[in-house]
Design a binder for this molecule. Structure first.
Ligand code: GDP
Ligand code: GDP
Ligand code: MG
Length: 314
């Protein structure tokens, strides 16, 4: 790892401290205590998985796979057991097929349009600021569209983040039509040759179906400019809300076609980081970014290798 990667990795470890101490502390203690895999070991391991928000179904898949492997091969040392569990955990994660893998990716057609959706308070606006900052650092031009026109303070908050990141923002304080703001943002990006468009949206309207209709309308209206956008729809989920957050996410994904990824925020605030594994398994949509703090540099590309490594490394 280079210096920067090491720095990012230690930030990730720091952000995952609570989860590491809880879930993976338990796994490590179990391995140490038992030292071999038998039915009792597997039963205890399953219990640890379930208690950590990994979820019953996912825990079962994991245990079945571990059982199968240990019936074929011998796993004897602590390291071998540890490695086996890490290996099986990694397999659970859905992988993204998008061209956007890292912030310096090659854009085949400009602008690359990213729509951000999710309920109120999950961290949409904050994550947009962080995404913009990362793109800027990777040498990309960015414009943010302020299409959360429902909450009065939303626009000011987004403006602060755009300033922090040093990127443009399109807002229309007089318009209460989010689709029009989104339209103007994409139009502006086309005219100026901007690389990246990020569209903020409302997380709450008068009622749920109203919100979903509005999000669909935003999509429909920007597609008048070019039919192959948005390139990404990221659903933001607050990791501290556990099953509740996952249920909300499922409702969103039912209503919004074409989700391409999940941004899982506030992982620093929970010991139940195992939720990443459950979300990956149950949503079938890859976790693309994780939030590990409130600062602008607290967003990381989700990398299942590093995630598991951060949790298991002593
Ligand atoms: P929105 O309503 O979805 O736009 O959510 P906001 O972006 O306004 O964020 C709501 C709150 O969550 C704010 O207080 C943020 O500082 C906080 N927040 C967002 N992401 C993270 C994160 O990764 N970690 C922590 N600890 N707080 C976060
Ligand atoms: P529909 O709701 O799918 O029938 O789409 P409309 O054609 O009625 O457009 C919906 C909204 O998109 C309008 O109210 C505008 O806010 C916005 N919109 C559509 N075309 C344009 C445009 O050329 N310029 C701007 N600024 N907004 C547009
Ligand atoms: Mg917001």
């Amino acid at each position: 790892m280079g210096f920067f990667d090491k720095f990012k990795f230690s930030k990730l470890k720091e952000g995952l401290t609570k989860t590491k101490d809880d879930l993976f502390g338990k796994v490590n203690r179990l391995i140490k205590a038992k030292g071999k895999i038998d039915d009792d070991f597997l039963a205890q391991l399953e219990e640890i998985f379930i208690s950590s928000d990994i979820g019953y179904d996912t825990a079962e898949v994991l245990i079945t796979n571990i059982k199968e492997r240990t019936s074929k091969d011998k796993y004897e040392t602590e390291e071998e057991l540890n490695g086996l569990i890490q290996d099986e955990l990694k397999k659970i994660f859905a992988q993204s097929t998008s061209e956007f893998k890292t912030f310096d990716f090659n854009i085949t057609k400009k602008p690359y349009v990213i729509m951000i959706v999710g309920v109120n308070g999950v961290g949409k606006t904050t994550s947009i600021g962080k995404l913009a900052y990362n793109f800027k650092n990777a040498g990309k031009s960015v414009v943010i569209g302020s299409a959360d026109t429902f909450r009065a303070a939303a626009n000011d908050q987004l403006e602060i983040w755009a300033k922090r990141a040093g990127v443009d923002i399109i807002q229309n304080p007089k318009s209460s039509d989010p689709a029009a703001v989104a339209f103007d943002t994409v139009k502006s990006a086309v005219t100026k040759g901007t690389d990246i468009v990020i569209i903020d949206t409302a997380g709450r309207l008068h009622n749920k179906s109203h919100l979903m209709e509005e999000l669909k309308k935003i999509k429909r209206v920007i597609q008048k400019i070019t039919p192959d956008i948005p390139n990404e729809i990221f659903l933001v989920i607050d990791a501290t809300t556990g099953q509740n957050g996952l249920n909300q996410a499922k409702e969103f994904s039912k209503a919004m076609e074409g989700l391409t990824g999940i941004i899982l925020t506030k992982l620093d605030g929970t010991a139940k980081g195992g939720i990443v594994i459950k979300i990956s398994q149950e949503m079938g949509v890859p976790v693309r970014f994780i939030g590990v703090g409130e600062q602008i540099d607290d967003l990381q590309e989700f990398d299942s290798e590093n995630f598991i490594k951060a949790l298991f490394e002593k």
